[in-house]
Design a protein around this ligand. Structure first.
Ligand code: THU
Length: 144
């Protein structure tokens, strides 16, 4: 379970981190810069941006970068997520892609909040369960 109060406390800091790291996105092909930040179980924030590649399918998303940073720092749970991007249609929430929803799911509970922001404001808040209902996760695998 995510602690909703702690996640809410971190909301502003998470969005700020996602906005800041968005400036470092390597997105010369799509020109669609995305920043993401994840809160770990120790209250630490890890940020990442999208990293595109001239061999297009080799690029990856901001959320993936942020999760990699969390794991590399010894984090084991994703308690909350913020994503910052600017949609072509202003006010349209830029939610994590399907693959990133599953990657978040590896480390997060259904009630994990996902804050979607643009450069100015919070656009929408979802839970992971809303974005990825009836999901497959680690508990489905039999462990020795
Ligand atoms: N992208 C992200 O980084 N996160 C998302 O949630 C949606 C899409 C990136 C992938 C690609 O570099 C660019 O945005 C356009 O799809």
């Amino acid at each position: 379970m995510t602690d909703p109060a702690a996640a809410l406390d971190a909301q502003e800091a998470l969005i700020a981190a996602a906005r800041a790291v968005r400036a470092h996105a390597h997105a010369p092909y799509s020109r669609f810069a995305v920043g993401a930040a994840v809160l770990d179980e120790q209250g630490r924030i890890h940020a990442g941006c999208n990293v595109e590649n001239a061999a297009y399918p080799q690029g990856w998303c901001a959320e993936t970068s942020a999760i990699a940073a969390l794991v590399a720092a010894g984090g084991r749970r994703v308690m909350a997520v913020a994503v910052c991007a600017v949609a072509a249609e202003p006010g349209t929430p830029v939610t994590p892609c399907g693959g990133c929803r599953q990657k978040i799911r590896e480390f997060a509970a259904d009630d994990c909040p996902i804050f979607v922001a643009d450069e100015q404001a919070l656009v929408a808040t979802f839970t992971l369960g809303q974005l990825l209902p009836c999901s497959f996760g680690p508990a489905h695998l039999a462990r020795p």
